[in-house]
Ligand binder design. Structure first.
Ligand code: NAD
Length: 424
């Protein structure tokens, strides 16, 4: 490795960040004169590692490692979620922040890319401990965040309550209430109608567009979904409402198959009570057999790196719509392309959440709130228009939707970078 290259630029040892670097390398030949600036996408603008000490209920002191990364702010303030998970690392947060830069550019909302997280299993904490950890973390990253600087939101294992604590902590430190510092807040604190369903809704809207483009009717689709959390839940509900059959589901507890299609409202009712799909009627599948199930549309909506060279060959779906961030490795992408499987990448498919986060931020600034119908109509239009641009670029260059999406995102970020110029 060249000694001038920072260690986090080596794709061979970096999981999700390595995946992202390879995705950028693949689009660089399409960036024309902008490729001169491409290195800017391979380096986060700034990364902060913080120690988060709290007093546990037992009286002991615990220390957690937290992160906030600004990947790129060329197009506007940073935007990206906060993840609480024992697997959180700096390089994972870097990758997630970079995908936020691409995503916000693809749907053309005026944000850059950011992400944060704490390496913790929040299930081991009491509510009081969770609140103290969240407030201390918010104070530690105070210099990074603000409604004009960087606006966090929920991600895996964080929710509206955690955003409310973050907003309150920031506001107390500023000595005035600042609702626009986070999105995904409860409605009573300046949250937006439609925000909690927005990512799953966007996944469904894009799946309908892509399936129709391929010449098929969504009401006849058989769908398999990994993950029935914030994203998978609403997508499953809308697929079923449109007449599609949800034939396979997988979550952290097990995998289930029903060739004639699950009763989705009953399944979702079960999940809301049991917090898992285990216990619902269906043919049990092994985790690996889930990927090989006969279906038309596959929606990974759980974690990164789920579709790999080990299971990509067994996938029978015509279309994969990525609800999760980074669920497909570059090697799996190549296998799927060779098999003729269409993949709609995360950076457009799951952009519904950040789009309604943008609406929430705008509403907070103007203190004027829109109806849920207005939100959904504007969301659907932004998602469909963005996808049309990607389809055009994919056809023009004869490339995959992923490459086309990265071309659009990278061009917009690098154009902003070029126009701003370098200081000094
Ligand atoms: P969530 O925590 O609400 O749900 C996660 C789901 O994944 C749960 O059903 C869980 O059981 C399942 N899961 C966890 N581990 C699993 C495993 N090992 N195997 C199979 N399933 C497993 O999370 P979410 O908010 O729905 O986010 C899911 C993905 O979507 C993440 O990659 C997240 O970054 C991405 N995403 C979320 C949003 C959003 O608005 N929530 C927006 C964009 C992207």
């Amino acid at each position: 490795m060249n000694h001038t290259v920072a260690s986090y630029l080596d794709p061979s040892n970096l999981g999700a960040w390595g995946t992202y670097l390879e995705q950028v390398d693949r689009v660089t030949p399409y960036l024309g004169h902008l490729s001169r600036w491409v290195e800017t996408l391979k380096r986060p603008k700034r990364s902060l590692i913080v120690d988060v000490p709290i007093e546990l209920d037992s009286g002991a002191i615990a220390h957690f490692e937290g992160y906030r990364v600004h990947h790129n702010l060329a197009r506007g303030p940073g935007k990206g979620g906060i993840r609480y998970h024992p697997g959180v690392t700096l390089s994972e947060v870097m990758a997630l922040s970079a995908w936020m830069s691409i995503k916000t550019a693809v749907v053309n909302v005026p944000f850059g890319g950011a992400k944060g997280g704490i390496r913790v299993d929040p299930k081991t904490l009491s509510r009081g401990e969770l609140e103290r950890m969240t407030r201390r973390f918010t104070s530690e990253i105070n210099m990074m965040i603000g409604p004009q600087k960087d606006i966090p939101a929920p991600d895996v294992n964080t929710n509206g309550q955690i955003m409310a604590w973050m907003m309150d902590t920031y506001s107390v430190n500023q000595a005035h209430t600042t609702t626009g510092v986070v999105t995904g807040k409860p409605i009573s604190l300046g949250g937006s109608l439609g925000r909690s369903d927005a990512t799953g809704r966007g996944v469904f809207v894009i799946a309908c567009e892509a399936y129709a483009n391929a010449g098929f009717d969504i009401s006849e689709a058989r769908v398999a979904i990994q993950g029935l959390g914030n994203v998978g839940w609403e997508a499953a509900r809308l697929f079923a409402q449109a007449g599609a059959k949800v034939v396979a589901v997988q979550d952290h507890s097990c995998s289930l198959y029903n060739p004639i299609g699950f009763n989705v409202p009953e399944l979702l009712k079960h999940v809301s009570l049991a917090r898992e799909i285990k216990g619902f009627a269906g043919e049990p599948l092994s985790a690996s057999d889930f990927w090989a199930i006969p279906c038309d549309i596959l929606v990974p909506a759980a974690l990164e790196s789920q579709i790999t060279k080990d299971n990509a060959n067994s996938i029978q779906a015509k279309l994969i719509v990525e609800g999760a961030n980074g669920p497909t490795t570059p090697q799996a992408d190549d296998i799927l392309r060779d098999k003729g499987v269409t993949v709609v990448p995360d950076v457009i498919a799951n952009a519904g959440g950040v789009t309604v986060s943008y609406f929430e931020w705008v509403q907070d600034f103007s203190s004027f709130f829109w109806t849920e119908d207005e939100i959904n109509q504007r969301l659907d239009k932004i998602m469909i228009d963005a996808f049309k641009v990607i389809v055009d670029v994919a056809n023009t260059h004869n490339v995959s939707y992923r490459t086309a999406t990265f071309i659009v995102g990278c061009e917009r970020i690098l154009t902003a970078r070029e126009m701003r110029g370098l200081y000094p």
